[in-house]
Design a protein. Structure first.
Length: 167
């Protein structure tokens, strides 16, 4: 039909490398994990009520709801593509001119990350799981377009905590 709105196709350059990742880390939690975290959440809520910090209690309740809802839903698979003009992650596209540097942290089997830091101090660092992607091929591809940060050679603290505590 002539009046239909057709989605615009935006060219993001020639695709050089592509893989898929979960939109958020998937974890299997045991009954013990739920029990320990329920006790911790309850203790924090009781503390918040006794200290008259009701906002803290609301935040704890919100975290509990978010964890339960995210555990009930399977994460969707998101496409990651490296092109000759930038980096696409799902629906988002980042041009190389807006990216400061990258680093690959690879300590299999648990730690496999591509970290992308941006020019803007307001844009948070992007952490992309590599899964089965060859880190050497990824690094060689990105070196044609970006500077590599060789000082960043360890997993971020937030990623470590998320992995260890299965958050």
């Amino acid at each position: 039909m002539e009046g239909e709105n057709k989605p615009q196709i935006i060219s993001i350059g020639q695709e050089l490398l592509r893989w898929q990742v979960d939109e958020y880390p998937r974890h299997q939690h045991s009954f013990r994990w739920y029990l320990l975290n329920a006790v911790l959440a309850l203790a924090l809520i009781i503390y918040a009520i006794f200290s008259a910090n009701f906002l803290f209690a609301v935040i704890i309740l919100m975290i509990v709801v978010i964890v339960i809802v995210s555990d009930m839903k399977e994460p969707e698979r998101v496409e990651v593509a490296i092109t000759n003009t930038g980096l696409a992650v799902g629906e988002k596209y980042f041009e190389y001119k807006n990216i400061k540097d990258f680093s690959v942290v690879y300590e299999p089997p648990k730690v496999k990350w591509l970290y992308v830091d941006f020019q803007s101090p307001w844009q948070p660092m992007l952490a992309i799981p590599l899964e089965k992607t060859d880190p050497n091929e990824l690094r060689e591809t990105l070196l044609h377009y970006l500077k590599e940060n060789l000082e960043r050679n360890e997993e971020r603290l937030t990623d470590t905590l998320r992995r260890v505590y299965k958050l």
